[in-house]
Design a protein around this ligand. Structure first.
Ligand SMILES: *[C@@H]1O[C@H](CO)[C@@H](O)[C@H](O)[C@H]1NC(C)=O
Ligand SMILES: [Ca+2]
Ligand SMILES: [Ca+2]
Ligand SMILES: [Ca+2]
Length: 423
């Protein structure tokens, strides 16, 4: 490449040297030798045959004393062969960073006559770096109520190489809930974005373990991975559930106040406050005979019960979780009769007196028995005890006729109340 003196003067890289050297060496200085080598070649590797490329013959080599003039000498010239050799480590990443093209420029100097030659060596990138994650483990908390389509930016990786040797792609381990989108910032760097595909349910699965892979497209491609722990956080999406819709229990009427009737049980599949249950009587079914422990669900009697007053109670209970979801159940309490009432005998009609000479079988009185208990406790047997001139004839259920059954003697027993008893 040949350039005019005016053009050369405009260049920034040799402002002092140029004005007085140019007239002497102008034809040779414009010679430009270019080489292209991969980075990281071992020391001593041949970059190119510099002497030959400058047109020197083997015979004139010792006399020309070809060498490199540079502040940072990456290269040297073999005194025997005149070849340009690698003389120190050539790490493209260290020398040029992320520059897409990495060129080292320097002068070769020859003597007899003194001359400068411009040499440039382009370092080609090799894929000697893998994409690296800043953090190889990260945790993501996602609520189970998150809508599908929601995006989560994940930690990105960096690859010191350039072009296709640098990071090109992210991949996520296959799973049913999450997919990955490769995104690009305005500076061209890539980052991964995870998208929720299908709804989560903490009650089914509360964590996911995913692997994020960052890849470059070098030859061969390199990759590295990061682990992602997705923790699904709870939403209050489950109401409490009673162990039964209807609880039935029987209770004798004579139990003491404070006796345990029953404990209702409710569960909630959610977590924390969302699963903390409190019990209460429903507004609709307020019943004062029973107490309810709002924490344990235990129902106890408040006062005394009386089968003869109320034979069955039906309570409606509510279980409420900390998020306000409600379930209801019914508790049916059957009161069992106890024999707590004595039978009574009532005289329906009783004549003021009976003649002591009345015929046997003479009607004396109509009796009625009564017992407030029920079932067998309410059955009353009516009979006369002892030796008396009377007998009882069953008239209909719980009614009896008392008739004479022998000779009466006013002088011995002046009234019939001296003869009867009931059981
Ligand atoms: C990542 O590299 C390893 C070898 O280091 C290879 O076995 C694996 O298949 C690569 N993964 C991907 C996704 O290319
Ligand atoms: Ca590299
Ligand atoms: Ca790379
Ligand atoms: Ca839940």
């Amino acid at each position: 490449m040949r350039e005019g003196a005016a053009q050369r003067r405009q260049r920034q890289w040799r402002p002092i040297l140029l004005p007085f050297l140019l007239p002497l060496f102008s034809p040779a200085l414009s010679e430009q030798i270019r080489y292209k080598i991969p980075e990281e070649m071992p020391t001593g590797s041949v970059v190119g045959d510099l002497a030959k490329d400058l047109g020197f013959s083997v015979q004139e080599l010792p006399m020309r004393k070809l060498r490199i003039s540079s502040e940072k000498p990456y290269f040297s010239v073999s005194t025997e062969s005149g070849e340009l050799l690698v003389s120190s480590r050539l790490d493209r990443e260290q020398i040029c960073g992320k520059k897409p093209v990495c060129v080292l420029e320097f002068e070769a100097v020859a003597e007899n006559p003194l001359n400068f030659y411009h040499v440039s060596v382009e370092l080609e990138d090799i894929n000697d770096h893998m994409p690296k994650f800043m953090h190889t483990f990260f945790e993501l908390q996602i609520s189970e109520s998150t809508k599908p389509g929601t995006r989560f930016i994940l930690g990105s990786a960096h690859d010191a190489d350039v072009g296709t040797n640098s990071l090109q792609n992210y991949q996520l381990s296959p799973n049913d809930h999450f997919s990955l989108v490769n995104k690009e910032k305005s500076d061209g760097s890539k980052y991964p974005e995870m998208v929720l595909k299908t709804p989560l349910d903490r009650e089914k699965q509360k964590s996911y373990h995913l692997t994020l892979t960052a890849l470059d497209f070098g030859q061969p491609p390199l990759n590295s991975t990061a682990q992602i722990q997705v923790l699904v956080t709870d939403a209050n999406d489950n109401p409490p559930v009673f162990s039964q819709d209807i609880y039935r229990v029987s209770l004798p009427e004579n139990v003491h106040p404070g006796t345990t009737v029953l404990r209702v049980v409710a569960t909630d599949q959610d977590e924390g406050v969302n699963s903390e249950i409190t019990f209460s009587f429903s507004e609709a079914g307020q019943i004062t005979q029973f107490n309810l422990d709002s924490n344990t669900g235990e129902i106890t009697t408040r006062g005394t019960l009386d089968f003869e007053e109320v034979k069955e109670y039906s309570l409606v209970l509510e279980a409420r979780d900390g998020g306000g979801m409600i379930a209801q159940c019914t508790v049916e309490i059957e009161i069992l009769d106890k024999n707590d009432n004595v039978p009574e005998v009532l005289f329906q009609s009783l004549p003021d007196f009976i003649m002591e000479d009345a015929e046997p079988g003479t009607y004396v009185a109509l009796l009625k028995t009564r017992d407030k208990d029920s079932g067998r406790n309410g059955d009353v047997a009516c009979k006369l005890e002892g030796v008396a001139p009377f007998k009882i004839i069953t008239s209909s259920r719980n009614t009896y006729k008392l008739v004479t059954d022998g000779v009466l003697d006013r002088e011995q027993k002046p009234g019939i109340q001296h003869y009867y008893q009931s059981h």
